[in-house]
Design a protein around this ligand. Sequence first.
Ligand code: ZN
Ligand code: ZN
Length: 129
Amino acid sequence: MTRDAICCCGKLTVRCTGTPELVSLCHCFDCQRRTGAPYGIAAFFLRENVRIDGRSRVFRRPSDSGFDVAFHFCETCGSTLFWEPARKPGVVGVAVGAFGDPGFPAPDQEVYTECRHGWVAPLAPEPGP
Ligand SMILES: [Zn+2]
Ligand SMILES: [Zn+2]
């Protein structure tokens, strides 16, 4: 199956094939500032399963791993649509909200929970066997 992540103006799109390798919810303050929301959610796809169309600009920021992450945002509307972690060159992170799909797979994990807003509920634990 394919899913399209689309920026606000529609000039930048990311077509993703198959299922994400990992869906990660991040509460860190950098993600809060990037999104304007209390957390960001990334779906990581293998690079060969991602096709990018349109022009983006890049903002690199360091991460706690010591490797930069290159965030790509639409040069027209400013939506951050995808990012490339230098630590894992084989994968591309895609902003889950940009899919506009309430049926998108739920996060597998949440990180930086120490920054979680008080009203945001923790992820439900994995159902037992
Ligand atoms: Zn745009
Ligand atoms: Zn984060």
